[in-house]
Design a protein around this ligand. Sequence first.
Ligand SMILES: NC(=O)c1ccc[n+]([C@@H]2O[C@H](COP(=O)([O-])OP(=O)(O)OC[C@H]3O[C@@H](n4cnc5c(N)ncnc54)[C@H](O)[C@@H]3O)[C@@H](O)[C@H]2O)c1
Length: 391
Amino acid sequence: MIIEPKIRNNVCVNAHPLGCAAQVKAQINYVKARDKVASPRRVVVIGASNGYGLAARIVSAFGSGAATIGIGYERPGTASRPGTAGWYNTESFKMEAEKERYQAWNVNGDAFSEEIKSEVLEIVRENLGEVDFLVYSIAAPRRMDPKTGELYSSVIKPIGKRFTSKTVNFLTGEVSEITADPATEEEIGHTVKVMGGEDWRLWIGMFQREGVLAKNFLTTAFSYVGPDFTRAIYRDGTIGRAKKDLEEKAVQINELLKPSEGRAVISVNKALVTRASAVIPAVPLYIALLYKVMKEKKLHEGCIQQMYRLYHEFLFTGGPPPVDHKGRIRLDDWEMREDVQKEVAGLWGEVTTDNIRDLADMDGLRDEFLRHHGFGMPGVDYTQDVEPDIF
Ligand SMILES: NC(=O)c1ccc[n+]([C@@H]2O[C@H](COP(=O)([O-])OP(=O)(O)OC[C@H]3O[C@@H](n4cnc5c(N)ncnc54)[C@H](O)[C@@H]3O)[C@@H](O)[C@H]2O)c1
């Protein structure tokens, strides 16, 4: 089958297996070309099949030779239908890791469920004994409460008042106005339930109860803050409320971990185009302007550069990481630099459909989005037939 990208409303609904394998390989090569990192050797990554979690897993394995258990919720390809990018990514990761004799287990299923937690626990018990480091990197649309069976859906909406903003269709480059109505109390609660920190705490609690947390165990989860013009929809909106909950849970997890001298730390990461961020109103336009400014200033990073810097310069330096007044690592330090934000704000005011190609890095945004789905990778011949169930 010839597989070409199918994109609707900033969502790409298919993926190319060989292209995904190539982009995993490119991330691996990035890490292998750099200094080793002194990071822990028994690692669990929740949300390991895409974006930040995949990059973290790659740095753990190829930067320090760690054994990794990666959990993702993905659909495999069949003979007649391509699977999701995350499926191809994790399968290719495992193949590459095993070539270099790094142990790797893929667990595909709902990380919110008790079944998947038990499956991971079994793998830890049988193979690793203990866990040194857990990365929590889930971006999910819904969650079923494992106790009650109730289904919660997350929404991306402002809180309190209506939000109107510029946004962009990044395939056509059309800049238009988007309006989002404020969330109801129920929607806010549901979003916190899905994207807040409750499940992160459940994972740590389970490992602790079962006695598989190593001394000095470390865990990290990812948050985002961002600029003023996305504040109403992001940080002050439903998703920001969930991120505040995640940050509060870090404090609770730190209390839990005190007896074994473990630690939980939030990393506030840079805005990047991933499957998750592409669907947040206004955010792709902000990212296209941000990429333009950061590339000009030679400050641009993708997921793998961010994760390598997180490990190499913040988490595993031998001393405590530099943190902000709320105890968070600020991996968005370059994004939030005053000169960067000032320039992006200027461009934001000016940008229209007519001038977007000059003011924003639309090609960079689109190329990176497509690469997340295995399209546009150098060395892959997209005119050739490929078996969708090759992995
Ligand atoms: N992309 C950004 O700009 C950005 C910036 C800062 C922080 N973050 C945060 O980083 C984290 C990861 O985001 P991303 O952009 O890398 O997302 P992504 O969409 O690229 O990856 C999400 C991962 O979560 C997994 N997942 C989703 N539902 C699951 C479930 N029920 N069970 C198991 N796995 C599940 C997916 O399989 C995938 O591996 C999120 O918490 C996000 O808020 C993202």
